[in-house]
Design a protein around this ligand. Structure first.
Ligand code: 3H9
Length: 697
């Protein structure tokens, strides 16, 4: 049963009991309506408390029901809230921990609200590409005032309950804050309320007071429009609030409902919900159940104080975990330490960190030149030079010094984790932890599972990833793991297109218009073109049968390594980051086409986007087929959190589903017929799904 019904001192207590977060799915909604009916017909009951069991009052509507018949099956949340408002006996919402979305909307329907301090209160629907659809845009402004409500609704950001107690120009959200036991106090409050004359107050009957509502709404519209280019929901939030202000509560409610039904069907909302569930699904590994024991991680060590090692270190310091940082030379250690401090100081300057916290974090850091100091560490992460020989030395040494049961992690981005594990006598303790640069900022962490990596090691690193606020995605061992293996095919297409007729600025513009944060050439200039060059040189030896365009090598032969050398695919003015198209490079590309005998043609922006994105999709499909990723949403999470894929498109695999795999397969087959078509070996799953109308997700 999703709802419990009990009575206490003549008060009916309706407890939402639908773990994990008391989502307001159909059975919960039914239970509330039944409880209200029962309480109202019981003469021994004088008032009603609605509360939540476990870790939330309610996390809102059950998102998994969206776009299914259950979402609109009566009683809908609207009906439930109407029943609450209609109740002849006063209804008190007793809120603790979390009241979000529909949960808060339900509480706004109650006659009174009492909250425990520290509860997170939000209407976060906008983050899912929708708007509060059960009266939130109408009732919240009447409860806490137009400006505060609009801010909460448009950002979706949580506010602590104590900040909403009798605040704002209106009567406030909470009638009381609990000092002790929430339920005891809610029951006492309800008993007192029952003594009062009905009708009991309803938020819907309050007025929205604002000296210049029209002007404020227009200002908000302009600001929100400028900030939410690719997302329709934020503007609709403003529109729905405005409808209530101008046309009154009932008409506002109808308009809100229309907007909700429209938004829930949009690809943007689908993508955002996919990302919400994808992030949570990524932490679940099919054969590592949540009951798997974990190892205790109290002390961490990082080997290498370069950019990567420093960034990795900061993650742990931020989470309050002590770190020992090892280097081979004192200068390197000093440099690394200074960079970490400088990064924190920059945060202090921006007001994002206090000076005390900076010192507290630095106090957790110990530096050393001695391997003996790694003896105590529970988790050791190496971030040394990306060469197997160097890794071999490190892991052999680690095998000697690390305590039994310590987790030994490599931050390799391309090397074989199984080979690295084999340098030790404890391959079960070895795992890849591929952080992305800058490691203290980027959300993505690829967890590379070796063939011998123990399950408890995996469970532990997934847990620690959560602690350091990373989105961890498990990848099997293969060249480049999930992210870089796919990006290689994307870059390969980008270079081919230069050879065939495009120029860097056109390619970048087209894919940035699609929504990527940065096109491949601007990105390469930022990262350093020499990095790709080094990888390609290795590839030419390892995979001589695979064809690559050499146009990027020509660029590097000119010493144009990107922003750091002031010239790359683009020109850069000293001290500036603006990418300026370079005549020299464009001429070099045209000359290269001639040299390789390719007749240049006009390439459309549509072709550019298709070839880049479908290259990701096709390789992603192969990665799934090989079991390197366990689900399509894992691949999407890698691209959303580590590679700047537009969030509102949901990642490459969801995008392919949205376009239709039939269309994707047709395009791939078409490109396979063009010059350089050998790069397009259609993945069998793409071909199969295209044939049977299936999808990846
Ligand atoms: C809405 O209310 C629309 C209405 O306006 C109108 C309706 C007509 N539904 O995050 P966690 C699952 S829209 C279904 O790890 P935490 C989640 O998938 C809704 N499932 O826990 C996960 O499942 P699993 C507006 C949900 O403690 C498990 O709960 N509300 C929902 O770190 C634990 O989640 C929101 O947008 C849901 N609403 O954080 C709130 N919520 O264990 C979205 C969670 O199988 N939720 N799950 O992986 C959150 O922000 C966080 O989950 C919350 C708890 C803060 C509640």
């Amino acid at each position: 049963m999703a709802v419990d019904y009990t009575t206490r001192d003549g008060v009916a207590v309706i407890t939402l009991n639908n773990p994990p977060v008391n989502g307001l799915g159909h059975s919960t909604r039914t239970g509330i309506v039944e409880g209200l009916g029962r309480a109202n017909s019981d003469p021994a009951v004088s008032a009603i408390v609605i509360t939540g069991a476990g870790k939330a009052f309610s996390g809102g509507a059950d998102i998994t029901e969206f776009n299914t018949p259950k979402a609109t099956q009566e009683p809908t949340l609207h009906t439930v809230i109407k029943e609450v408002e209609k109740s002849a006996k006063p209804v008190v919402a007793a809120i603790h921990s979390v009241a979000m979305g529909g949960g808060l909307e339900l509480a706004l329907g109650a006659h009174y609200r009492i909250a425990a301090p520290g509860a997170q209160i939000a209407l976060p629907e906008v983050k899912l590409g929708i708007l509060p659809g059960a009266g939130g845009t109408q009732r919240l402004p009447r409860a806490i005032g137009l400006e505060a409500a609009l801010n909460m609704i448009v950002t979706g950001a949580p506010v602590l309950s104590e900040k909403l107690a009798n605040s704002g120009p209106n009567a406030g959200l909470f009638d009381a804050m609990a000092q002790g036991d929430l339920l005891d106090e809610a029951v006492a409050f309800a008993r007192k309320a029952a003594d009062k004359q009905s009708p009991h107050p309803l938020v819907r009957n309050r007025k929205i007071e604002h000296p210049n509502a029209e002007g404020f709404l227009q200002f908000s519209r302009n600001t929100v429009a400028a900030m939410s280019k690719h997302y329709p929901a934020p503007l609709k939030c403003v529109d729905a609030i405005a409808a209530g202000v101008k046309q009154g509560f009932e008409k506002g409610l109808v308009f809100e409902r229309e907007c909700f039904l429209e938004l829930v069907q949009t690809p943007e909302s689908r993508a955002l919900r996919h990302a919400f569930f994808g992030e949570r699904a990524a932490s679940k590994i099919p054969d590592v159940p949540s009951s798997t024991p974990t190892r205790e991680i109290q002390k961490v060590a990082v080997i290498g104080a370069g950019t990567m090692g420093g960034g990795i270190t900061m993650n742990f310091l931020n989470a309050g975990v002590p770190v020992t940082l090892l280097e081979t030379k004192q200068e390197a250690l000093d440099r690394g330490l200074a960079t970490i401090r400088k990064n924190y100081e920059a945060q202090v300057k921006k007001g994002k960190l206090t000076a005390e916290k900076l010192e507290a974090r630095m106090a957790l850091l110990r530096t050393t030149l001695s391997w003996d100091d790694l003896k105590e560490a529970d988790l050791i992460i190496e971030a040394v030079f990306e060469e197997l020989g160097v890794k071999e030395q490190v892991f052999k040494r680690l095998d000697e010094v690390a305590k039994p049961g310590a987790i030994l992690a490599s931050n390799t981005s391309t090397l074989d984790v199984d080979k690295i594990a084999a340098f030790t006598k404890r391959p079960q303790d070895v795992v890849g932890l591929h952080f992305f640069s800058p490691a203290n900022v980027m959300k993505l962490l690829e967890v590379v599972r070796g063939k011998d990596t123990a399950k408890d090691v995996l469970a532990t690193v997934m847990q620690i990833a959560k602690q350091i606020r990373k989105t961890a995605v498990v990848s099997g061992v293969c060249d480049g793991f999930i992210g870089n293996r796919m990006i290689e095919q994307y870059v390969r297409q980008a270079l081919y297109m230069l050879e065939e007729g495009a120029l860097p600025a056109q390619v970048d513009r087209a894919i940035e218009k699609f929504g990527f944060a940065m096109g491949p050439f601007r990105m390469s200039d930022l990262a350093g073109n020499d990095i790709g060059w080094a990888i390609r040189k290795r590839r030419y030896q390892e995979k001589p049968d695979i064809k690559y365009s050499k146009v990027a090598d020509r660029l590097c032969e000119l010493g144009r390594f990107g922003q750091k050398t002031g010239a790359g695919w683009y020109d850069y003015k000293a001290g500036e980051r603006n990418a300026l198209p370079s005549k020299l490079v464009d001429d070099m590309i045209v000359a290269y086409s001639k040299e390789v005998g390719v007749e240049r043609r006009k390439i459309s922006d549509e072709e550019i986007v298709e070839r880049l994105v479908y290259a990701l999709v096709n390789e992603g499909a192969k990665i799934l087929e090989e079991g390197i990723a366990s689900k399509a949403s894992d691949i999407d999470m890698v691209y959303l959190t580590g590679y700047g894929f537009p969030l509102w498109r949901g990642g490459p695999m969801l995008y392919a589903d949205t376009v239709g795999l039939y269309n994707v397969a047709r395009a791939i087959r078409r490109y396979a017929q063009q010059p350089n078509g050998d790069a397009w070996q259609i993945a069998s799953s793409v071909a199969d799904l295209a044939g049977n109308g299936g999808t990846f997700n």
